[in-house]
Design a protein around this ligand. Structure first.
Ligand code: ATP
Ligand code: MG
Length: 360
């Protein structure tokens, strides 16, 4: 048997992207939250594309190998909290007037205005954030039934039972923001822009005092940058990816690669400027944006931080810490020195959902 499947364990957090699958299981020791196990495997192209499972059989095999031999610890649970692909799901804060009668029906009608699906084709989940001046502020998560069913079936076929499928920004903020700790005083909460620079997408979202307000997608991604370098320099993508990751002023094609990066940084910077404008137009009563948190493998890109000029200097730009709520042992600390923790924010956040929920 692969798992002990006991009730004391917390569900695995599994983050599936087109490029990799990451897994984190957490445990509790007194009030400390510790890493029980951790693993990551790369996916070849053709298994998951744009979040759709294209080759279920191979995806099941990859899930099995992910679970069998973690690079740290041992899997203890057969339950999973996973996330839905960012490109296929979204989360948004909407306003509903109190006089509307049935709240669920009002939310459904409002959400249909924002998406190219009918209400029969989607799952909607929502929670009320606050009620003010005869208006309900509702955080709504939406995902197409087709995608939810694909992910549910995939885990079931891998003998894992799905405890929840979440929308990614909710998992990300849970791991990196102190406001998400159940013991945090929300009245102190700050306002942040969070940027997750992944392989296939860059997602930008605004988090304010314990809730996500809105998300934006930016057409800049690790894959695009690597491909542009490969095409412009006429080299293999593998080599281009290495060049991107190890760029220094002494690198052979430094100038060429720097110009490519600068073009993408400009696109990201412009979008961040628009995000800030949108925030102040719609949510200025929540106060100023205080921080920008960078996450994902792309957060390591050379000079990225200095290229962000569209935000006022008062915004503190930092790399996020996905292990903010985790206590490291000597062993797990040594291991994480060798691994990139910036890419684990989603998996850690998913794994934390069981722990934070049980504490409430
Ligand atoms: N040191 C580095 N410098 C620049 N880019 C890097 C570095 N390390 C990793 N990357 C890039 O980060 C990307 C992978 O990041 P990440 O693991 O966060 O993506 P993902 O979660 O698999 O994808 P997505 O979130 O888009 O679904 C790759 O494109 C890789 O080239
Ligand atoms: Mg990711």
């Amino acid at each position: 048997m692969l798992f002990s499947g006991d009730n004391k364990s917390y569900p695995l957090g599994i983050d599936i992207s087109d490029y990799s699958i990451k897994m984190v299981e957490l445990e509790k020791s007194g009030s400390d939250i510790r890493i029980q196990c951790m693993n990551k495997i790369s996916l070849p192209s053709g298994v998951i594309e744009e979040g759709e499972i294209k080759d279920e059989k191979r995806a099941v095999d990859f899930l099995h190998s992910l679970i069998e031999k973690p690079f740290f610890g041992k899997v203890n649970s057969d339950r999973v909290v996973a996330c839905l692909p960012e490109s296929r799901s979204f989360v948004k804060l909407i306003e509903i007037s109190s006089g509307f009668g049935n709240l669920s029906e009002a939310i459904e009608a409002e959400i249909e205005k924002h998406i190219p699906f009918s209400s029969q084709e989607i799952y909607i989940d929502w929670q009320e954030i606050e009620k003010k001046n005869n208006k309900h502020l509702i955080l709504v998560g939406v995902a197409p039934k087709k995608i939810v069913d694909q992910y549910y079936n995939l885990f079931t076929k891998a003998n894992l039972s799905v405890e929840a499928l979440e929308i990614e920004p909710l998992a990300i903020v849970r791991s990196v923001l102190e406001e998400e700790d159940p013991n945090y005083k929300t009245s102190l909460g700050k306002n942040y822009i969070v940027v997750d620079l992944g392989y296939a997408h860059t997602n930008v979202f605004v988090y304010s005092k314990n809730t996500i307000l809105f998300t934006f997608s930016v057409p800049v991604s690790g894959k695009k940058i690597t491909r542009t370098i490969a095409e412009k320099l006429d080299i293999k993508e593998l080599e281009a990816d290495k060049m991107k990751k190890k760029l220094t002023e002494k690198s052979k094609y430094y100038k060429e690669v720097k110009n490519i990066l600068d073009d993408y940084y400009k696109q990201l910077d412009q979008k961040l400027g628009r995000v800030l404008e949108f925030y102040y137009e719609n949510f200025s009563d929540r106060g100023r944006i205080e921080g920008l948190v960078l996450l994902g493998g792309g957060a390591h890109l050379k000079n990225l931080k200095n290229s962000i000029t569209s935000l006022p200097p008062s915004v503190d730009i930092v790399k996020g810490n996905p292990l903010l709520h985790i206590s490291l042992t000597e062993k797990s600390e040594a291991l994480l020195k060798k691994n990139d923790k910036l890419i684990y924010s989603t998996a850690v956040g998913l794994a934390l959902s069981g722990i934070f929920k049980k504490e409430l």
